[in-house]
Design a protein around this ligand. Structure first.
Ligand code: TNX
Length: 518
């Protein structure tokens, strides 16, 4: 049942040596090229070390911890020289040459992984690529047969780079919060799928989840509430710093979202001065949307936006900042545009990239703004116009990648307003076909989303994410031609191997009936 594996380069199919047998080791997302080599397997195990010099050492400590899951012990990090069976990390401008010249915005994330002749070498142009190469190596190791207390890696050459530079998960921690240790585990799940953005929806009607020094009442009065009167909670500045550092060490950018001008009951509840009559509304623990709002002519509004985004920028060095902008049902369009522009100006004042949900495309936006599509039923004309005027588009089509949608009608968790999203449906789409008239070069990436109206724990969250997040990661990373070639069946077989790692790591996941499982 072997099918030829094709490596597509400039439209010319280069035949690989073997098909399903190689892919069966469970590489997800599918790399750009996997070529089996000849010769003896390379045995790695307890005496294996990580060999790294210079900037490559930056990744070694985190990588050593993660590789311990498959090696059985934490490998030592040394400067070299390498011995047979060591894992060598090399920074080199020549990496990923085999792919031709990768696009500038993904070249740093590309890597080569060469196993053979007694050596295991990961090379990349930059640190992010080294990290991804090590993740792929970890997947190969997890699937490699045991030998002499270690594992026998079959000779192979992987050359890889992502399709899109932004591959994310948007996680709602406002409706129901997750404590810091759970968020760190979510980052690790992203790392294993070569995803690189964790977008956190930190504020909504039901709660405010990040302590903001200039407006302490946000968490003091609105940090403790959640949907249905469930326990709330919020992240302190120290929690946030720990999360951002953990993510950074794993190549994940944390993108904080402060959702305005709608979804703001928690803010109004904490600061009554944000309302026209100065009266704070009561806390809200239901799940309706669209009823709360800021006011452009209330004097406290503009300083609120300026100070909050300045604080969040300071706490999240370098990150794009998400201003929300979705589902404002109770406001005339003119005032909506003024408020979006106020929020965008507050982010620009911090010299950061603005990110906003697709409704914000109704407003003139700074060039380089990332506009996030979520609702395919809305008119996408303004989105296409925004892209033509210099915005980038992030794709989160609800009917494909809203992982809070139920897998099937009886699924106990999740919603179904965008339809059911079976495992297969989250994989079987091409970003190029989603928005009529949107030139593909304006698409910056793909982001899954998980809204937390029905999730109360990390187990709930991962049950909805896994296995579908693996599908979204593959849509965002792998070339469409490669995916078409392998098909959903090929993908499902590879994810089956990944599911063993979820078991190993104690992550709750769903045996989706359209998958292939042990
Ligand atoms: C729509 S998507 C929302 C959220 C809900 C979600 C539930 C978007 C930008 N807004 O407020 O939580 O649906 O699926």
């Amino acid at each position: 049942d072997l099918r030829p594996l094709h490596v597509l380069r400039g439209g010319v199919p280069v035949p690989g040596v073997a098909g399903r047998g190689v892919l069966d080791v469970g590489l997800v997302p599918l790399p750009a090229s996997v070529l089996p080599g000849g010769g003896a397997p390379v045995v790695v195990g307890a005496s294996t070390r990580l060999v790294a010099t210079g900037a490559a050492r930056e990744v070694a400590a985190v990588a050593a911890d993660r590789l311990a899951r498959t090696l059985g012990s934490v490998p030592a990090v040394v400067e070299g020289p390498a011995r047979p069976g060591d894992l060598e990390l090399v920074l080199s401008p020549d990496a990923v040459r085999a792919l031709g010249e990768p696009a500038v915005d993904v070249a740093d994330e590309g890597y080569d992984l060469a196993v053979g002749e007694g050596r295991v070498v990961v090379s990349a142009r930059a640190v992010p690529g080294l990290r991804h190469g090590l993740t792929t190596l970890g997947q190969l190791l997890a699937a490699a047969p045991p030998e002499g207390g270690g594992r026998a890696l079959a000779p192979v050459t992987v050359t890889d780079a992502p399709r899109y530079p932004w591959r994310g998960l948007s996680l709602d921690v406002a409706r129901h919060p997750l404590p810091l240790p759970d968020l760190l585990r979510v980052v690790d799940v992203l790392t294993d799928l070569r995803l690189n953005v964790l977008h956190l929806h930190l504020t909504d009607d039901q709660g405010w989840r990040l302590h903001v020094p200039s407006r302490p009442l946000l968490t003091e009065r609105s940090g403790g509430t959640a949907v249905d009167g469930d326990p709330g909670g919020f992240l302190t500045g120290a929690d946030w710093a720990a999360l951002v550092a953990h993510a950074r060490g794993r190549g994940v950018t944390v993108v904080p979202e402060v959702d305005v001008p709608g979804h703001t009951n928690a803010a109004l509840h904490a600061y009554g001065e944000l309302t026209p009559d100065g009266q704070a509304p009561p806390a809200y623990t239901g799940t309706e949307v669209g009823f709360s709002r800021l006011w452009a002519d209330v004097p406290a509004t503009e300083p609120f936006l300026r100070d909050v985004f300045a604080d969040v920028a300071r706490m999240t060095p370098g990150s794009p900042l998400h201003i929300g902008g979705d589902e404002v049902l109770a406001m005339d369009p003119e005032e909506y545009v003024r408020l979006v522009q106020m929020a965008a100006a507050a982010v620009e004042a911090q010299d950061r990239t603005v990110v906003a949900w697709q409704e914000a495309a109704a407003a003139p936006l700074p060039p380089g703004t990332v506009v996030q599509l979520w609702d395919e039923r809305q008119d996408t004309g303004p989105l296409v116009a925004a892209a033509e005027a210099g915005a980038e588009v992030l794709l989160s089509p609800a009917s494909r990648v809203y992982l809070d949608m139920k897998y099937d009608a009886d699924f106990p968790l999740g919603l179904d307003w965008a339809g059911l999203v079976p495992f297969r449906r989250s994989w079987e789409w091409d970003p190029d076909d989603l928005v009529p008239g949107l030139p593909p070069e304006h698409v910056v990436g793909v982001e899954a989303a998980l809204w937390s109206e029905t999730t109360r724990s990390l187990d709930d969250v991962t049950t909805l994410l896994l296995p579908r997040l693996a599908a979204v990661a593959e849509v965002a990373w792998s070339a469409q031609a490669r995916r078409d070639d392998d098909g959903f069946d090929g993908f499902a077989h590879r994810v089956r191997v990944l599911a063993r790692a979820w078991e190993r790591d104690g992550l709750r996941w769903y045996r989706a009936p359209d998958g292939v499982w042990d």
